[in-house]
Design a binder for this molecule. Structure first.
Ligand SMILES: Cc1ncc(COP(=O)(O)O)c(C=O)c1O
Length: 461
């Protein structure tokens, strides 16, 4: 157990701060890791130690840690109008510009934007819009929403009900009963022995159709999916997945919500994950890289049909009775607008595509380590997954918390990465990373791998 001086920031943090997604026992033992400054892909802690931030924080700081243009956009807007709201027909110039910009760059068919502050709120708004829209068109019983096992959609009550990861639902009495969870698309872990990727896709689609039949299509309003699953373990859709999924949803009149909170704004090598995987959503939610995470803002984009249904119902009821004090807040909106302009001016998507092959090659090369059973990468996002026995799919006992321990070893070598529930490590650096910096990042990973392999070899098998 560490002893921190009574007035140290560590001791004061332990005394007063209840941390999200943190084990209180671990926090008490090890103390918080306090970050103090950042520049480019690097962050520096209170002890002056510098790290490569290989996760863009929480998959979000796309433009790196000292983008002066974003700081200027925020301070300029602060000077001019630090707050106004968008209730009762009011709005602010940066929100007008941002909504227009988002619709210009959005996948085809999306025509209106609703602003919120976080990814979770965006998904809650999307769910409420599904309910409101279906009520508007005389189908109020279409209330259930299907998400996938291992999907991550946030932590507010509705979003957490769709986030099908036990650690998000346990202890909270969740999920609420509108939420249904269908099979995860994780081929590496969930395929039957000898099953091809196409056969795996066909099987999980049959499982989905069975669920729709049992529940009744007239009770199901929407299906929500990340184009590729992020926090569940950077899980890529298996062969033919969205191609098979979308006609099933269409046939049963089930709307598709694309959760682009991680994939949006260049992460997969296209502006949207929907472009990478040929997804045509009815509703799209985004956040994080929308403002390069410099200020909280998220958006829900909807088709004309949904916007029309929502507006008709709102006219009948007198107003659209939903919104946050900070919906379309001028300062995050100004920062998000500048982020979108910088993405274009600097061709950030082109930059991602130009370095993606280096990222993928270095990721793939990790397969030569015994403890790694699978690697995957697209654009600037990837994951390496641990196995108990070299060349097998056998999982390490979760009680070992192997990925957590590996993450600590990686941090000792100077790179901050994130342990995944699939027992792997995610890599998701800022989109401004250069090829040289990608090599530096993977050199840190490779420096830790002999110790991680030794740790795996020492496990009881
Ligand atoms: C795909 C996805 N959706 C929603 C969320 C929730 O966003 P927030 O933490 O901003 O509420 C996250 C957060 O990581 C996410 O990855």
């Amino acid at each position: 157990m560490n002893e921190f001086a009574p007035n140290s920031p560590e001791a004061r943090d332990i005394a007063h701060h209840l941390h999200p997604y943190t084990s209180p026992a671990m926090l008490r033992e090890k103390g918080p890791h306090i970050m103090n400054s950042g520049s480019g892909i690097y962050v520096t802690d209170n002890d002056g130690q510098e790290f490569i931030e290989g996760m863009s924080g929480l998959w979000c700081v796309s433009l790196g840690w000292n983008e002066q243009e974003l700081i200027k956009a925020a301070t300029d807007q602060m000077q001019k109008l630090p707050y106004y709201h968008s209730f009762a027909g009011k709005t602010v110039n940066p929100a007008v510009d941002l909504a227009e910009k988002l619709i210009q760059i959005a996948p085809d068919g999306l025509s209106k934007v609703f602003f919120n502050n976080s990814g979770s709120e965006a998904n809650d708004t999307a769910i409420k819009m599904v309910w409101y829209y279906h009520a508007a068109i005389g189908k109020p019983e279409k209330k259930k929403i299907i998400s996938r096992q291992r999907g991550y959609h946030g932590v507010t009550l509705a979003a957490a009900s769709l986030t099908a990861l036990p650690y998000v639902q346990n202890g909270f009495g969740l999920p609420l009963d509108f939420a249904l969870h269908t099979s995860s698309p994780h081929y590496f872990q969930d395929a039957h022995d000898g099953e091809s990727e196409a056969e795996f896709t066909a099987r999980i689609m049959r499982e989905l159709e069975d669920m729709i039949e049992v529940e009744g299509a007239d009770t199901i309003g929407a299906f929500i999916a990340e184009p590729l699953m992020g926090a569940g373990g950077v899980i890529m859709p298996p062969e033919g997945y969205f191609e098979a999924l979308q006609p099933i949803l269409k046939k049963h009149d089930i709307l598709l919500i694309a959760d682009e909170v991680i994939c949006g704004f260049g992460r997969t090598g296209n502006m949207w994950g929907c472009l990478t995987y040929d997804i045509k959503p009815d509703i799209l939610t985004c956040a994080k890289a929308l403002s390069s995470a410099y200020l909280p803002i998220s958006a829900v984009l909807v088709t004309d049909a949904i916007a029309g249904g929502v507006e008709e119902q709102a006219n009948r009821l007198g107003m659209f009775g939903h919104g946050y004090t900070y919906s379309a807040h001028p300062v995050p909106a100004a920062v998000a607008l500048r982020t979108m302009q910088l993405m274009e001016e600097r061709d950030i998507v082109g930059q991602v595509r130009s370095v993606a092959p280096v990222f993928a090659e270095r990721m793939e090369a990790l397969n030569r380590y015994d403890s790694i059973g699978d690697t995957r990468a697209i654009g600037l996002i990837g994951c390496f997954e641990f196995v108990a026995e070299p060349g097998s799919r056998k999982k390490i006992d979760p009680a070992e918390k192997f990925a957590q321990k590996a993450m600590a070893k990686l941090q000792e070598k100077g790179v901050i990465l994130r342990a995944m529930p699939v027992d792997g490590i995610a890599v998701c650096p800022p989109l401004i990373i250069t090829a040289d910096e990608i090599h530096r990042l993977y050199d840190c990973i490779e420096a830790a791998m002999p110790e991680i392999d030794a740790m795996a070899a020492g496990l009881d098998r």
